[in-house]
Design a protein around this ligand. Structure first.
Ligand code: CDT
Length: 307
């Protein structure tokens, strides 16, 4: 059997601080049209795809940052993207900063079906970086100041003829993210990211950014028998260079498509969702081979304890 889904990784180049939402939505619509012309049915955009990566700046009063967040989705400014997607009959996954009516701030991704329905919302679970201003850094990564970690966990939704899951950026480095979705039978995981090439706490990791990105997503795909679509906002944004390397990865762990620039770029692949079962029903037949009775520490403790 085959269940084919043509997916597009719609990478964004940098969004500068002065770029307004309208100009970004225009770029997203261009990418959407490009993906549609390649017959894609689902387009995946990056994390925080509507603005510059604002956690690189600290503000003493967080309400000064309210303008980076969306209070409704769609909004009058983002509606043209929704309208164009519905007109073309193409679905999409979009990352943005969410400010709820209760004043909670999340790093969020939504999944929109081909008929325009928002079928799923995911809020980032693993929030990296720091909580307070660190003035000695060349730039901040204050995600832990700007976003609350979601307690909702990793859902999997029936959509696009398959079982679709979502995660955001730093989530892709944690095997638990993939496994929780794997245990719900996920067939395709959508993941947007903003990854600065300079990792301030340990510069020895800088030259390994591309390798680590591929390593975590390709192993997560293989070990859970799922496609993984990783999509960057890359290039030099406000002086900070970020990883591109947007990729479409098969359940075998193989790379099916990868961007070649760090700007706005679309790559596509036709994914047979039934390919997942070559892995889910054999080497990674969870029900047959997993040993949850000896994995208790994974959920009962957070940090390593040395005895
Ligand atoms: N956006 C995001 O989660 N970025 C992190 C950067 C490293 S932590 C400072 C990442 O895991 O790619």
């Amino acid at each position: 059997m085959t269940r084919l889904l043509k997916v597009a990784a719609a990478q964004l180049g940098p969004i500068q601080r002065t770029d307004d939402r309208q100009s970004v939505v225009k770029r997203l619509i261009e990418l959407l049209r490009n993906a549609h012309s390649q017959k894609a049915e689902l387009v995946v955009f990056p994390e925080l795809a509507l603005t510059t990566f604002f956690p690189r700046w600290f503000v003493d009063d967080i309400s000064q940052a309210d303008h980076w967040y969306e209070t409704q989705m769609p909004s009058p400014i983002t509606l043209p993207l929704f309208d164009e997607a519905k007109k073309l009959g193409i679905g999409f996954c979009l990352g943005y900063a969410e400010l709820t009516q209760d004043g909670e701030r999340f790093n969020t991704q939504i999944l929109v079906e081909r008929n325009g329905d928002v079928v799923a919302k995911y809020r980032k679970v693993h929030i990296p970086g720091h909580e307070t201003h660190e003035p000695d850094r060349p730039f901040q990564h204050a995600e832990r100041y700007y976003f609350k970690p979601s307690d909702e966990g990793f859902g999997v939704w029936q959509a696009f003829g398959g079982r679709i899951g979502m995660m955001i950026c730093n989530d892709r480095r944690w095997p638990e993210s993939y496994r929780v979705m794997g245990l719900q039978g996920v067939e395709m995981i959508l993941c947007g990211y903003n990854t600065p090439l300079q990792y301030i706490p340990d510069p020895t990791q800088d030259p390994l950014q591309s390798f680590h990105n591929a390593l975590v997503m390709q192993s997560g795909a293989y070990q859970n028998g799922t496609f993984v679509i990783g999509v960057a906002k890359g290039g030099v944004e406000e002086g900070v260079d970020s990883l591109a390397d947007s990729s479409i990865i098969a359940p075998s762990g193989e790379l099916l498509a990868k961007t070649s620039t760090s700007g706005d770029e679309v790559v596509t692949a036709t994914c047979d969702l039934d390919w997942c079962y070559n892995y889910k029903n054999t080497l990674f037949n969870f029900d047959r081979y997993r040993r949850p009775e000896v994995y208790g520490l994974i959920t009962s403790q957070r940090g390593a304890i040395f005895t």
